[in-house]
Design a protein around this ligand. Structure first.
Ligand code: ZN
Length: 253
C-alpha cells in the first residue's frame, strides 16, 4: 500500500478545494438563473398588472364622460294650463324632481294664473302656444303674431320674465317671426298622439319605445291619461338612465 506523503495530502486537499469551489460556483449560477427567471416572471406579471391597472384608471378617467353623463331628454306639455290635470302633473314632477317645459295658451293663462306662478316657482320653463290655439296661415299672419304678443304679455305679467320659446300649434311656423318676435320655435320628435286616446298604457309605450338621447317628447297636460302616461314614462326612462332637462338644455348645450 502506498504511503501518503504530505505532497499527496496537498494534492487531495487542493482537488477537494477545487471541487468545493466548482460546486459552490455552480450553485450560485443556478440560483442566479432562477432568480433571473422568477424575476422576469414577476416583472412581466407586474407589467401586465400595471397595464391592467392603467387600463382601469384610464377607464375610470374616461367613464364619467361616456357613461356617467346621463342621456338628456326633454318632456313638454302643450295646451294648458288645466286647473285639475296640470296641478296633478306638477305634483308628480315635483315628487320625481323632473323639470319640464310647458307651452301654454294665453286664454288659459288668464284663467289659471296661479298655476303659471307654480310652474315658475318649481323651475319649469313656460313657453308660448298662442292665445287661442290658432294655426298660422298666409291669411292670418297678423292675427297669429298678435296672439303671440298677447300670450307673452299674459305670461310675463305673472312671471316677470320675457318668454323666449314658442311652440306653434300644428308645427306651422314662419322663420321671419323668429327675428320679429325674438322667440325661438321648439318642435318635437316623439309624439305618442296622447290627445286621441284615453289609454295611458298605449301612450306610455308610444313614449318609451321611441325616446332616445336628445328626444323632445310632446304631450298635453289636459287629460288624466296623459298625466298618468307622463309620470309612468318618467319612471321607466329614469330607470333606463335618461335625465330630464328643460328644452333649452337640449337645444343649446
Ligand atoms: Zn296644441
Amino acid at each position: 500500500m502506498k504511503e501518503f506523503k504530505w505532497q499527496d495530502w496537498l494534492i487531495i486537499i487542493s482537488e477537494a478545494v477545487i471541487v468545493l469551489f466548482l460546486i459552490w460556483g455552480y450553485k450560485n449560477i443556478s440560483a442566479e438563473k432562477i432568480d433571473t427567471w422568477s424575476g422576469k416572471i414577476i416583472s412581466s406579471v407586474n407589467e401586465k398588472k400595471s397595464t391592467k391597472d392603467k387600463g382601469a384608471q384610464d377607464g375610470q378617467e374616461n367613464l364619467p364622460e361616456e357613461e356617467l353623463t346621463e342621456k338628456k331628454i326633454a318632456i313638454t306639455f302643450d295646451d294648458g294650463p288645466h286647473p285639475v290635470y296640470t296641478e296633478k302633473l306638477l305634483d308628480g314632477l315635483k315628487e320625481r324632481d323632473v323639470k319640464a317645459t310647458f307651452f301654454v295658451l294665453g286664454e288659459k293663462v288668464k284663467a289659471n294664473p296661479e298655476i303659471i306662478e307654480r310652474m315658475q316657482k318649481e323651475g319649469h320653463i313656460i313657453g308660448n302656444h298662442t292665445y287661442t290655439h290658432i294655426q298660422l296661415r298666409s291669411s292670418n299672419r297678423e292675427k297669429f303674431r298678435d296672439e303671440l304678443v298677447l300670450t307673452n304679455q299674459a305670461i310675463s305679467e305673472i312671471t316677470g320674465q320675457e318668454v323666449q320659446y314658442v311652440r306653434p300649434p300644428y308645427g306651422t311656423w314662419d322663420k321671419k317671426l323668429e327675428e320679429e318676435m325674438n322667440m325661438f320655435p321648439v318642435l318635437w320628435n316623439v309624439d305618442p298622439n296622447d290627445w286621441c286616446t284615453g289609454n295611458a298604457d298605449r301612450v306610455t309605450r308610444g313614449i318609451v319605445d321611441k325616446t332616445k338621447e336628445n328626444s323632445i317628447i310632446l304631450l298635453h297636460d289636459c287629460y288624466q291619461s296623459s298625466v298618468d302616461a307622463a309620470l309612468a314614462s318618467i319612471d321607466i326612462l329614469q330607470e333606463r338612465g335618461f335625465q330630464f332637462v328643460t328644452v333649452e338644455e337640449i337645444l343649446f348645450e
